[in-house]
Design a binder for this molecule. Structure first.
Ligand code: 26V
Length: 796
């Protein structure tokens, strides 16, 4: 990069040039959209040099590359992130001010790229940023969904889904690469030709590439996110058109485009939908064809592929990569099956992100064989090869009960399998793949998740990141362990005052936003208690809202007592077909309405649930949080990554011993963490008692009162029996142990109140959370993958 790129004068002239020549607008009548585009293009220009330089170096030094295959990339906005990593954030603000524009307002005009559901997709986005930051040559491969995750609104307290439309505006960050396109085959038959199997597809679509550069911290390295868009192989049926059948002439086009039309919004229950399988193969085949094409421009011996190529499967969604790579090597490149299998496995790694049985992918052999007939044969062959070679004591089948099990397939086809937190990786070994672990000792490893501190601290929390730089100097952004240097300062009252002021500034900003968004006035003196994540029974938003009701009842019983004022903030979407999750959303909104309208309660308790939680909303909420709710049933949350963002931003956790909470507790110390609830082992034991929830309710007067109020319709006066079903489930089918953990959670919340009331002690605890969060940088995670899974050195 040349220093002159960084002068405000040059940036300004580039913005104006783009406004004129790229947007075709006169400054006098340019809209906010036009100005944002002009700035985005001017910033984008400054990414090109590091991007090209990185690519050139990778080629010149013939470096090994990582290919991160993911059905989801939950990116959010890119403009401010790019300015931060190029060190142009403040200059951009200044330049736009001189042009009469408010940087903040412009930035917020950018739609979120919401090409993901939740944790798994956001992790992929953090990994892309960290791979660029640590100089790991990499490509992300995904699908360029026309519609990302749906927009959520509430109508009479209930979730309503609307299509999301991020591409209806120009996306300034992507480059169409129509020259990089691959034919993706489906269906048809396998025929024998000269004693070899030969796939004759029944239909084909074209995968066409769109590239987005991903720039790392300080622009030292940049990688590519390559997203595939489906196009028809046959643009247009000219014969039909000429016959006058205009609608039918466009059919192949319409059919092909459905493939990249929409992101599946259910990340909790697996449904064997053919279109989903086709999407998975579409991504995977396009990526592998692209990888082999790139490899072959330099090398000819495909057996050496693993020396140059590491392919990471983000969950089982791209697990067809095993069979597809074998197919490409055997059918299209003449390699023998056993060599192809070894080659593929030496390239492939598999990350597991969930233990929930209902989320594990299994395809009916009928669907699988119909859609991918050649792969069905290859899967059978992998399966029998595996049994023959390792002769397991018990039957392990990739194909079992007329289903293809994608977890087993991914495991067998990967040289490393990893969980995403210490506890989770243990459970992957002990509960999910015990037999496979015994056959392949050492294959399962742990790679605890992380988050990028550039987006989640530097960019989104300017008051705190400014204070950190003031306190320990610059350079912590890519050496997050340096936050440890803050530790001695927590005993300095001047530092604590500044830390508190930073948090307060964020809370005041959020207060204004809540007023505008929800029409509710909250007090920044209250404790901001935040639970934001997808709505799922195992994440137990129900436990949180029921405890909120208990707290409300106690205030009502004794309104004059001294209460620590709280704002309970919820955020999150439910899968559209997940009825129980939708009921929980309804209940939260109903409870909010009653409590927020109660004059006797006033500022003592407010319940806020802004609609359409997404990455950008997280960037507002996380910095303003006083308390982080991480309250999943032990053994169910693979890792969590929101928990890490809150910790970094100085919000202590109230949480169970689940996922990465275990490691957060370890890092921050028990005195700075509000632990409650059953452990994984205790939870499993507890479920053996069919009467467990009734016993817990019998033992808890508080819970009895809460359940009675909800069941009676105190929060649904317009429909008193609305929550009969929900309350019945807590009594009789409480698999996620809401009742069993209720009193323990309630007591922990009480400790939070007591701790919060001691202002200086609380600020110290909050600051220690930030100071001890260095481990949770995704840079650490990526370096560990590079060493233990990918065997790739840094290019920096
Ligand atoms: C499953 C399915 C089923 C088929 C349809 C679409 C779909 C989409 C996603 C999933 C799997 C979701 C698994 C997931 O998101 N796991 C989360 O991964 C985070 C990153 O490792 C981790 O922090 C969370 O604890 C974990 O729930």
């Amino acid at each position: 990069m040349t220093e002159t790129n960084f002068t405000p004068a040059l940036l300004k002239s580039d913005v104006l040039r783009h406004l004129t020549f790229t947007l075709g607008k006169d400054a006098a009548n340019a809209s906010g959209y036009d100005w944002r585009m002009a700035l985005s293009f001017a910033i984008r220009d400054r990414i090109m040099e590091p991007w090209f330089a990185s690519t050139r170096r990778t080629w010149a030094e013939d470096r090994k590359r990582v290919y991160y295959l993911s059905m989801e990339f939950l990116i959010g906005r890119l403009l401010e992130d790019a300015t931060v990593n190029l060190d142009l954030r403040d200059i951009s603000e200044q330049v736009m001010r001189e042009l009469g524009q408010d940087f903040h307002t412009l930035v917020e005009g950018e739609p979120d790229a919401a090409l993901g559901n939740g944790g798994l997709g956001r992790l992929a986005a953090c990994f892309m940023e960290s791979m660029a930051t640590v100089g790991c040559p990499a490509y992300g491969y995904g699908i360029r969904y026309e519609h990302g995750l749906f927009r959520q609104s509430f109508e009479r307290g209930q979730q309503v889904e609307m299509p999301e439309d991020w591409l209806s505006q120009t996306n300034p960050w992507e480059f169409a690469r129509p020259e990089s396109a691959y034919v993706i085959p489906f269906k048809g038959n396998v025929e024998m030709r000269d004693g070899k199997e030969f796939w004759v597809p029944g239909e084909t679509v074209l995968a066409s590439a769109y590239d987005t550069p991903v720039i790392g911290w300080q622009g030292k390295w940049a990688n590519t996110l390559r997203l595939w868009s489906a196009k028809p192989t046959k643009q247009f049926d000219l014969e039909r058109f000429n016959r006058g059948d205009y609608a039918a002439a466009a059919e192949p086009e319409a059919l092909a485009r459905t493939l990249s039309r929409v992101l599946y919004p259910d990340d909790t229950t697996y449904q064997g939908k053919e279109l989903r399988l086709k999407q998975e193969f579409f991504l995977t085949s396009a990526a592998l064809q692209d990888i082999l094409r790139r490899f072959k421009t330099r090398h000819s011996d495909l057996r050496s592929l693993p020396k140059h190529v590491a392919i990471q499967m983000n969950d089982t969604h791209p697990a067809i990569a095993g069979p597809e790579l074998i197919r490409l090597l055997v059918d299209e490149n003449g390699m023998g099956f056993d060599d192809a299998l070894d080659t593929a496995r030496d390239c492939l790694g598999y990350t597991n992100h969930t233990l929930l049985p209902e989320a594990l992918e299994r395809w009916a052999t009928f669907t699988f064989g119909n859609t991918l007939p050649r792969h069905m044969q290859i899967v059978e062959r992998i399966d029998s090869w595996h049994r023959r070679t390792f002769s397991p004591p018990h039957y392990i089948g990739i194909v079992k009960h007329q289903e293809v099990r994608m977890g087993e397939l991914a495991f067998v086809m990967a040289h490393k399998v990893n969980g995403v937190s210490a506890l989770h990786s243990d459970l992957v070994k002990k509960n999910l793949f015990p037999e496979l672990d015994a056959l392949h000792p050492g294959r399962i490893i742990n790679e605890t998740n992380g988050v990028t501190p550039r987006r989640w601290l530097k960019m989104s929390n300017r008051p705190l990141s400014g204070l950190i730089t003031e306190a320990i100097g610059a350079g912590w952004e890519d050496q997050l362990d340096r936050l440890k240097e803050l530790e001695p300062l927590v005993d300095d009252s001047a530092f604590r005052a500044k830390f508190d002021a930073a948090k307060r500034a964020n809370k005041i900003a959020l207060e204004a936003w809540i007023a505008q968004e929800c029409g509710v006035k909250v007090s920044p003196d209250a404790l901001f208690d935040v639970q934001v994540k997808r709505i799922h029974e195992y994440k137990r938003q129900l436990l949180n809202i029921l405890q909120t009701v208990a707290h409300y009842q106690r205030i009502k019983a004794n309104p004059k007592a001294t209460w620590v004022p709280r704002v309970k903030i919820f955020g999150g979407k439910s899968a559209p077909g997940y009825a129980v999750a939708k009921e929980i959303i309804h209940l939260i909104n109903d409870v909010a309405q009653v409590i927020n309208a109660d004059p006797e309660v006033g500022d003592l308790l407010k319940v806020i649930y802004p609609a359409n939680y997404n990455v950008s909303m997280a960037e507002r909420l996380v910095p303003a949080a006083d308390l982080s709710e991480q309250i999943s049933t032990a053994g169910k949350e693979a890792s969590g990554t929101g928990n890490m963002k809150f910790m970094m931003n100085g919000a202590p956790t109230i949480g169970t011993l689940d996922g990465a909470n275990v490691e957060i507790l370890q890092e921050v110390g028990a005195e700075n963490f509000f632990l409650f609830g059953l452990t994984t082992d205790e939870a499993m034991k507890r479920r053996e008692d069919p009467d467990q929830s009734r016993k817990a309710i019998d033992a808890s007067l508080a819970l009895q009162n809460v359940l009675q109020a909800v069941a009676e319709g105190q929060f649904s006066p317009d429909q008193k029996d609305r929550y009969h079903g929900l309350v019945h489930r807590v009594w009789h089918h409480d698999y996620f142990l809401v009742a069993a953990d209720f009193d323990s959670f309630d007591a922990a919340q009480d400790k939070v109140d007591t701790a919060y009331a001691d202002r200086q002690a609380w600020i110290k605890m909050a600051a220690l959370n930030t100071a001890r969060s260095g481990f949770f940088s995704s840079d650490r995670t990526i370096r560990s993958y590079m060493k233990d899974v990918w065997t790739i050195p840094s290019a920096l």
